[in-house]
Design a binder for this molecule. Structure first.
Ligand SMILES: *Cc1c(COP(=O)(O)O)cnc(C)c1O
Length: 418
């Protein structure tokens, strides 16, 4: 047979073909479907929810209603906004998320976006294809996949990319990545961590800043869950640590903080003091590069949504946001305490909506998933789905209702308590 004549000759970005299919959430859904079909009438409680469930704080809703009305009138209509975000929101962020904690971040170092995931993926536009990327295992999959798409992965062998530096997180290091012996140019850190719930102390973050400065590397610090921090001495921002303005970009989101997962708003901080190096060895401002990237490829987050985010910083908005986060934190604490009473070794669940549970003995993540579903009628997320080092663990989340969480934990004690 004659070879098929392609209609289009455009060569694709071959890196997409390197990416393995992500089976985690679709497999969990398929297993749940099978179980429900085989066991009609059995009430399965979802402890694998990775999305917030409470509605948006009223202060933000009211502000967005007013912003919609602004759009109806010629005198208050807003067309294209500033690519970097409206000054009213950048000023509120600088004052409340930074100055109030004694951290010096200027409004023009803050870039409002449609969410942290976009920023985490898009940042690859400003560093070289040759950069060595370091990622935690287990970790949030976006760091790995977006860098593979950009051509920084190399070859995938036994689940690991040849050009990445993997930062194994395990019981010995409390699931907190430690600076490696190897050199890296860009390091993705997430604290409090999804999926393990672990968060850095000041001393641990200082070690990372020392590493980054010594290696002339940049840390991309994902603090999507900083609102869940309750300990007084756990840093909310990497800029609370000296030296970070010279080596760190911080990415934040209103998603897990204020339920904006469906509204879409976040921000990235690129300090004016942060430099990279070009081919001639000259210093180049990363803030300038990111501004150029955003003005070229992004036209700003929605005016209405930015007004909603601004309202989260009013006294009312702060109290309502706090109440939502506290609700999830209390769920996570209940899960942590109950799993521990049932004899499991648990991590996270403090300063985080996530509880990371070790399976007893040599049971795999998927085996424990199956046992929780079969015996306790609870679904969870197998830890191995977040990286090889997650094998033998499951992730439970505090995002269900208090009632369902309490019922799930009652079942755990009934089934697993020895
Ligand atoms: C949910 C999540 C994000 C994404 O936040 P969006 O602003 O909704 O895109 C980023 N990082 C981590 C670790 C997350 O869990």
């Amino acid at each position: 047979m004659a070879p098929v004549q392609p209609i289009h000759n455009m060569r694709i970005n071959d890196n997409f073909e390197l990416l393995p299919e992500s089976y985690l959430f679709s497999t969990v859904a398929a297993r749940l479907r099978e179980f429900r079909e085989a066991n009609p009438g059995v009430d399965v409680i979802r402890m694998d929810i990775g999305d917030v469930t409470l509605p948006i704080p009223a202060a933000a809703i009211e502000a967005m209603h007013r912003a919609v009305d602004d759009m109806a009138d010629r005198s208050s209509f807003h067309g294209y906004g500033p690519e970097q975000g409206y000054a009213f929101l950048r000023e509120a962020v600088a004052a409340n998320d930074y100055a109030a904690r004694g951290v010096d971040i200027a409004p023009d170092e803050i870039f409002i976006s449609d969410g942290a995931k976009s920023d985490l993926g898009n940042l690859g536009d400003i560093y070289s294809r040759d950069s060595i990327v370091a990622v935690a295992d287990p970790g949030y999959p976006v760091y790995v996949d977006s860098n593979v798409i950009d051509g920084r992965g190399g070859v995938l062998t036994d689940g690991r990319w040849s050009r990445f530096v993997y930062l194994d997180c395990n019981e010995a290091n409390g699931f907190k990545p430690v600076p490696p012996a190897a050199h890296a140019d860009v390091i993705f850190l997430c604290s409090p961590s999804n999926p393990t719930g672990a968060s850095f102390t000041r001393a641990e973050l200082k070690a990372w800043i020392d590493y980054a400065l010594a290696n002339k590397a940049v840390i991309v610090y994902d603090s999507a869950y900083c609102a869940y921090i309750t300990d007084a001495d756990t840093p909310h921002s990497i800029y609370e640590i000296e030296g970070a303005r010279q080596c760190a970009i911080e990415v934040r989101s209103f998603s897990k903080t204020a339920g904006f997962t469906g509204l879409r708003c976040g921000y990235t901080v690129v300090p004016a003091t942060l430099m990279g190096t070009d081919a001639e060895g000259r210093e180049v401002s990363l803030r300038k590069l990111w501004l150029r990237r955003q003005t070229t490829k992004f036209n700003g987050a929605s005016y209405v949504i930015q007004r909603g985010a601004e309202a989260l910083y009013t006294d009312e908005g702060k109290a309502q946001t706090r109440a939502n986060v506290d609700y999830y934190v209390a769920n996570a604490r209940l899960i942590r305490d109950t799993m521990s009473r049932a004899g499991f070794t648990v991590f996270g669940g403090e300063n985080s909506p996530y509880v990371w549970v070790k399976s007893p003995g040599a049971e795999s993540s998927w085996d424990l998933f199956a046992r929780c579903l079969r015996d306790a009628h609870i679904s969870c997320t197998p830890g191995v789905g977040f990286g090889d080092a997650g094998e033998g663990y499951i992730r439970l989340t505090g995002f269900n209702t208090r009632e369902n969480t309490a019922e799930a934990m009652r079942r755990i004690l009934e089934i697993f308590n020895r």
